[in-house]
Design a protein. Sequence first.
Length: 311
Amino acid sequence: MTTTTPALTGSRRRPGDKVFSGSAAASAVLILVILAGVGLFLLAEAYPALVAPADQIEGGEGLVVYLWPILFGTVLTSVIAMLVAVPVAVGIALFISHYAPRRLSQTLGYVVDLLAAVPSIVYGFWGFQVFALALVPLYQWLAENVGWIPLFAGPASTTGKTILTASLVLAVMILPIISALSREVFLQTPRLHEEAALALGATRWEMIKYAVIPYGRSGVISASMLGLGRALGETMAVTLVLSASTSAITFNLINTANPPTIAAEIALNFPEATGLRLSTLIAAGLVLFVLTFAVNFAARALVTRQKGGST
């Protein structure tokens, strides 16, 4: 006599499972609805600026001419911040996870996590009162000695409130985020992979190079894109540190002529804006929304490809 057991796939789900599955699906749909609602709101509010004559837009040369410099400033500050922050953050994460003694690594981990929670206004005041002034002698030296490079052509700013200062402050802000997430990813590396590399005669650095970094590459990319998202949308710190005196496009990093960023432009002008000027600022916000969405979409695709290539 044989007995049969019901198939697992055919068994009835418990009520708790149904509730959890339904709430999870509803949450996912709600996120998409909110995202679409934000996009539609920005598009509707920005529509008057999109169809307005060029001479009625701020600057009198059209919406594209108005938006291009602030988009350029946003991308430039974020790219410089990423170039500075990502290598340093990955180095800090590797030191904490694989080099530092246990007690020191725990202490440094707590400090990094606390730095990630510091409000941006605090970084802005520090950058404005301390960091910018400390960089003035460096900017003067760069203008005098390497001014033949377009990035440091000068004349150097006497206040230190330049596009380079804003980028470095952004780098300091996003460094704890990237470092904290990268550290957690590196700590998830299978212990057997590390021990196998060491058993084959690899040094600690070779073990990290061939076992730890490949395993955590997708996580580092995700952490970097999260930091980039904060850099793109940062408002108060950039507003305090950057002296945006012109809307011209320039790669001079230490001059007084600095293109503004989208977030800082909105923060400075939104309280007094009305009518078409308000729609113009909302159009700038729409551009930032699209840019952030595109960056995150590209990052997601890149992470997925990295995971697929590592399996």
